[in-house]
Design a protein around this ligand. Structure first.
Ligand SMILES: [Zn+2]
Length: 476
């Protein structure tokens, strides 16, 4: 009995030792940094990103980083970003690798939580607090990794940069935008890694899939307006603002944007077809017909019936709000609709506005771009979002290596997000950007932006170890 249980224990140890584990010293440091970040309120209404940036800067100073490589920069007192540079081999001709990660968090209301959102609470093998999932665990991992590599005397083959930034979740001072505009010298990079997108998916606490966000759709709102002199409804004129708007929207409904695949969505669909081949052969066949050259139009129409699949294939524009008329017994003077578009990589907001004008083909209508603050601007930006390059070996090689070391056998899957993160800004600046995070989150326990936000303690430590392995693998 004793012999058997000893064997069992040895067996478990062997298993536990097979994956690299964060050393005790780094575990303590990572936890300490994480605690400090969670307990520094960085929400837009009454918090300070600067306070968190300064604390992380001090940690790096204490670890021996020179002050000139730790730049605080931003538009005002509360929104200073930290850009930290880890020097690589002197004379390296390789462009730096930039990792961006926001310091701000979504507003948390204490009354909604069972713990204090700005207290770091460890309970039942979880860390609780605002930002434990989105995305202070990664800010902590990045700073910890810099300090650990420095302590080890590691010299990367090029500079590594981390930018810890403001206002990803909202607010008027997006740090990535601000830095690209005002301090492009700090942000020059071969590619960007963004831990705030993609991620390691857990099922029942076990890693099932490593998602890499390799590209994103671009967001845009357009206001469509019909105007009319109006008048008394007892004597209707032949033209009517509501009818004109409705006719335009009916045309939009009947005019889906054309199917268009890029390197990422093609790979994503190929992977889906392979998975479906085992479980749903009919679906596998359908996807293969969509991927055929030329694509089978009947299959494309069938595939497009699913909203998720449809959003992967094409730019989508959909009416989301209407507002028309002012009285029951008066002809409408104006009729307005908001059309929300999610634009495929390689296209601009202005290009899609022109396309909408063409679809409506009614010169009496105006179609104006509306920015995130709700201001009606007229033309949209003509800047095209970047078409994703094929899976680059200098990113995916190290990524697969580090992921395999941590979680053997877990597949790495690239995808296009139909939502948006700060990567859309760096991609807009022409820098290929990849969402990569090893912080495991249970697929059915995503509490980012929600109440009682939390992360598994072991998932955090594994995520920190992954960040270290990945950063080193990228720069060997
Ligand atoms: Zn985030």
């Amino acid at each position: 009995m004793a012999a058997a249980s000893t064997l069992l224990v040895l067996g478990f140890q062997a298993l536990a030792q097979s994956a690299p584990a964060l050393p005790d010293k780094d575990r303590a440091l990572a936890r300490d940094l994480f605690k400090e970040l969670i307990e520094t309120n960085t929400q837009d209404s009454d918090g300070s990103v600067t306070a968190a940036a300064q604390k992380m800067r001090q940690r790096l100073l204490d670890a021996g980083f020179p002050a000139e490589d730790l730049v605080l920069a931003g538009p005002n007192d509360r929104k200073q970003n930290l850009v930290a540079r880890y020097r690589g081999k002197p004379g390296s001709t390789l462009k730096p690798i930039l990792t961006i990660c926001h310091l701000d968090v979504v507003e948390a209301r204490k009354a909604d939580w069972t713990t204090d959102p700005y207290q770091f609470v460890e309970k039942d093998s979880y860390f609780y607090g605002r930002g434990t999932q989105d995305i202070k665990e990664e800010d902590a991992a990045l700073v910890e990794t810099f300090i650990r590599m420095k302590r080890e005397g590691y010299v990367p083959d090029r500079d590594l940069i981390i930018a810890l930034t403001a206002d990803e979740e909202g607010g008027a001072s997006n740090g990535v935008s601000w830095l690209l505009e005002h301090r492009p010298d700090l942000m020059r990079a071969e590619f960007v890694i963004n831990p705030d997108a993609g991620g390691l998916e857990l099922r029942g606490g076990k890693p099932s899939e490593f998602d890499v966000e390799a590209t994103e759709k671009l967001y845009a709102d357009f206001e469509v307006t019909a105007t009319n002199p109006g008048g008394h409804s007892s004597q209707p004129r032949p033209d009517n603002a509501i009818y004109e708007l409705v006719h335009a929207l009916a045309k939009l409904e009947a005019s889906p944007f054309p199917m268009e695949l890029n390197a990422v969505t093609r790979g994503e669909l190929e992977a889906k077809a392979k998975i479906a081949a085992r479980t749903d052969p009919q679906r596998a066949e359908l996807i293969r017909a969509v991927l055929a050259n030329p694509p089978d139009p009947v299959a494309v129409a069938e595939f497009s019936k699913d909203p998720t699949d449809n959003a992967t294939l094409r730019t989508t524009c959909v009416a989301t709000m209407v507002n028309a008329g002012h009285a029951r017994n008066a002809l409408p003077g104006t009729a307005k609709a908001n059309v929300n578009c999610r634009i495929l990589p390689g296209h601009s907001q202005e290009e899609i506005r022109q396309k909408l004008i063409q679809i409506f083909s009614d010169p009496k209508l105006t179609v104006n771009y509306v920015n995130d603050a709700g201001e009606v601007l007229g033309p949209g930006s003509a800047k095209k979002s970047m078409e994703p390059p094929p899976e680059r070996e200098d990113v995916y090689g190290p990524l697969r290596g580090a992921a395999e070391e941590m979680w053997p056998g877990v597949p790495v899957v690239s995808s296009m997000s139909t939502g948006a993160s700060d990567s859309i800004i760096t991609m807009g600046a022409g820098i290929p950007s990849y969402g990569v995070s090893g912080m495991g989150v249970d697929f059915d326990d995503d509490r980012a932006h929600g109440r009682d936000e939390r992360i598994r303690t072991e998932a955090f430590y594994e995520g920190v170890e992954f960040r270290y392995l990945f950063m080193k693998a990228l720069t060997k």
